[in-house]
Design a protein around this ligand. Structure first.
Ligand code: DGJ
Length: 717
């Protein structure tokens, strides 16, 4: 089946995936019109289908990329200010190209696909009066049902232009009655909670204005048909491959058409385009699913695994780690890290990660960021003795860094007080007593690259946790002119991407984990460079149910680092059984956030069993299909399931938060099994057909306590 077709007689483009059709058309006046997006409809002629979609108003006809000042009064995709200060823009079709595969663009994370994997349409629009061109790129991933979009603006005039807004993608949807809009929102230690509300006339949007994708709102929205479930119903998803400021908006107009737009947040953005210059947006990934929310998530998980930079490495292995942070905090030194390592004797842990506190003069969060050399008081013999000890105990050594930061009390600040982001005349705003390095400046990027490279070349380091613990404030830099200060936030994130690209490609043997005060930069941009992210600083198993369930809406299980923590949990005071903490973390990239020496002998003895279970299901975490079954946002229960690609194995986790009086037995209906095949429950030896497990359900024993979990491993006969 051709994935992209152009029909000259009707000037219509058809973008077809296995389960969706996307149609756009060049109108006679040259406006690029959005015609249809949804379930497959073949290549029918829809020229007149939506002619009166918005009453008789041709001015607010469906658009593929709306402008401002010529009659379309909805939220524009692009706003360009000319040298005379006007913003009246109008885009008309100029030409188009069909391209095999997916053209790469520079400096930003993106899906990478060869000619066999994808096909691309580039439609070039022009504003002949203002003198700029806009290329809309659509790359179709047929199997995954994803359409990757981005936009490039080029100044083809002789005068400077300023781009005030430029969406990565926009889509005008018609005839969607009774839809809801979903977002993933939260805060530190309660990230990516699911929220939905009806789409009503007006605009709904989520944004980040803090220079990072943020704890508050994930760069994602979905339109969800009212009544759709995890398994059924229509869903339109939209996510940005971006780690900076975003705006995701859904606007319903007077005629109930819905415009869904994704891009850099215009509040903190402007970009000057001199004659001949161009600007490329981050990529947005659209998906249509008629298989409910799981259908949407599985498409996103699949493109991430197959095409997103480091996540797409075929032989990717996520190590089992143990991390010092929650037990040792800033107090790491040779003596107690050595003891921490010895406490791991006999445990099948792959990597010991020494978190914050090992460098400069760091004893708390007030000093030393930027001084990435070993604290000689804490480690008088350098790091080699603890690295050797790790090896002796069968583990590799991992380390924490926060490369984008600078402390006022640091050698780096003494040498380069002007390297922090600051506004002349104001004391830079500090958060966690730290400031951010101005990564829009190439010499600062070079410095950080050199100092981190030195660390990684000096020592045998297998794993790096790359943290980022604050927002961007004092936005701007004296190294840009007055007319370019609006470029600062985007340039900052381009600097971060350059640094991540250089460091991760210089040290391909090192496993990198992203982190930002837990999950404040959990996005596809970071996942391009680092194949997992610390999901949250909250390791409470009960809170994690919502955090992991919500995160899985877009991001695959392997991308979520999930660790067993100690109890009572510092953030909640809650005490959950060791098994429960393990069960909730299993199914993601697994590890421990505790000192094994502080555990009871009984709990300690459970670690190797948990790790063995992790290894039994690890291929499903990395390459399987993930299903959400029962939502902790709607139920006191939570359940999810992994199924291997060949459907021969499955892993199910069911949790109950609070005990119910006189409860009913729960039958959890599984998904994705082969109906005729018999599956054995490995714990009991009972066998059932896939059909029974999917339709009659898996009987889950009644729990008589709060905070209970059960896991089930299923193997086909
Ligand atoms: C925030 C991270 O999320 C934690 O896991 C830990 O690494 C601390 N920073 C260290 O300062």
């Amino acid at each position: 089946m051709p994935v992209i077709t152009y029909i000259e007689s009707t000037k219509t483009f058809f973008l077809e995936t296995a389960a969706s059709t996307y149609v756009l058309r060049i109108r006679e006046d040259g406006i690029l019109e959005h015609v249809y997006y949804g379930a497959p409809i073949g290549r029918d002629d829809l020229t007149h289908y939506y002619a009166h979609v918005n009453g008789n108003s041709c001015l607010i006809a469906p658009q593929e990329y709306g402008t401002i000042g010529r009659g379309d009064n909805r939220s524009p995709s692009i706003v360009v200010r000319t040298a005379d200060g006007r913003t009246v823009n109008e885009l008309r079709y100029k030409e188009h190209r069909l391209l095999a595969g997916k053209p790469r663009f520079e400096g930003m994370p993106q899906l990478l696909a060869g000619e066999k994997d994808a096909a691309t349409l580039e439609v070039v629009l022009e504003d002949a009066v203002d003198g700029y061109e806009v290329s809309l790129f659509y790359t179709v991933f047929e199997k995954e049902n994803v359409i990757a979009r981005r936009t490039e603006v080029r100044n083809v005039s002789q005068r400077p232009l300023t781009v005030l807004r430029v969406a990565s993608a926009a889509v005008d949807l018609y005839g969607l009655e009774d839809y809801e809009v979903m977002s993933l929102d939260g805060a530190w230690i309660r990230e990516r909670h699911i929220h939905t509300r009806p789409v009503l006339p007006g605009i709904f949007m989520v944004e980040s204005r803090s220079g990072i994708s943020g704890h508050e709102h994930s760069p994602f929205t979905a339109l969800v048909e009212h009544g759709a479930t995890e398994h059924r119903g229509q869903v339109y998803g939209c996510v940005l491959v971006y780690s900076g400021d975003h705006r995701m908006s859904v606007e319903m107009d007077a005629f109930h058409s819905i415009r869904m737009t994704a891009g850099i947040c215009p509040d903190t953005f402007s970009w000057q385009l001199l004659p001949g210059d161009s600007f490329t947006t981050p990529e947005a990934l659209l998906i249509y699913s008629d298989r409910g929310l799981n259908g949407m998530s599985q498409g996103y998980h699949a493109v991430c695994r197959h095409y997103l930079g480091k996540c797409s490495q075929p032989d990717l292995v996520h190590p089992v780690v143990i991390n010092t942070w929650e037990s040792v905090s800033f107090g790491v030194n040779e003596q107690n890290v050595s003891q921490f390592i010895r406490n791991c004797e006999g445990l099948d842990i792959d990597i010991m990660v020494m978190d914050d506190g090992w460098f400069g003069r760091r004893n708390d969060d007030r000093t030393s960021l930027g001084d990435w050399f070993v604290n000689e008081e804490k480690f008088p013999r350098g790091l080699q003795p603890v690295i050797d000890l790790c090896h002796e105990y069968g583990m590799q050594f991992g380390i924490w860094v926060e490369p984008e930061m600078i402390s006022r009390v640091s050698r780096l600040y003494e040498q380069h007080p002007d390297w922090c982001i600051h506004t002349p005349g104001r004391i830079p705003a500090e958060q966690r007593t730290q400031m951010v390095l101005d990564l829009t400046r190439p010499e600062v990027v070079d410095y950080v690259y050199d100092v981190i490279s030195t660390l990684l070349s000096t020592y045998d380091i297998a794993y790096v946790k790359w943290d980022m613990n604050r927002l961007i404030t004092d936005n701007g830099t004296q190294w840009l002119g007055a007319d370019r200060q609006g470029e600062f936030n985007h340039r900052y994130i381009l600097g971060v991407y350059e640094l991540m690209e250089r460091i991760t490609s210089a040290f391909p043997q090192v496993f990198f984990e992203g982190c930002a005060a837990g999950g404040a930069r959990f996005d596809f941009g970071i996942l391009y460079y680092m194949p997992q992210i610390w999901t949250s600083d909250n390791n409470d198993a009960i809170d994690r149910l919502k955090i992991q369930y919500g995160t899985s809406m877009v991001y695959p299980p392997f991308a979520m680092a999930a660790h067993v923590g100690a109890v009572p949990y510092w953030a909640t005071g809650r005490t959950t059984p060791f098994e429960v903490r393990g069960d909730v973390a299993l199914g993601c990239s697994f590890g421990y956030e505790l000192n094994a020496g502080h555990l009871s002998a009984e709990d300690r003895a459970k670690i190797n069993d948990q790790i063995a279970r992790h290894h039994r299901i690890e291929d499903m975490i990395d390459n399987g299909v993930f299903y959400r079954l029962l939502s902790p946002f709607e139920d006191d229960y939570c359940a999810w399931q992994l199924v291997s690609q060949d459907q021969s194995r499955s892993f199910v986790m069911v949790a109950q938060r609070t005990a119910q009086p006189n409860p009913r037995t729960r039958y959890v209906r599984l998904q994705g099994l082969e109906p005729q095949r018999r599956y054995t429950l490995s714990a009991t030896g009972q066998t059932f057909t896939g059909a029974t497990l999917m339709h009659a359900g898996l009987p889950v024993p009644i729990y008589q306590r709060d905070y209970e979990t059960r896991t089930f491993e299923l193997i086909a006969e």
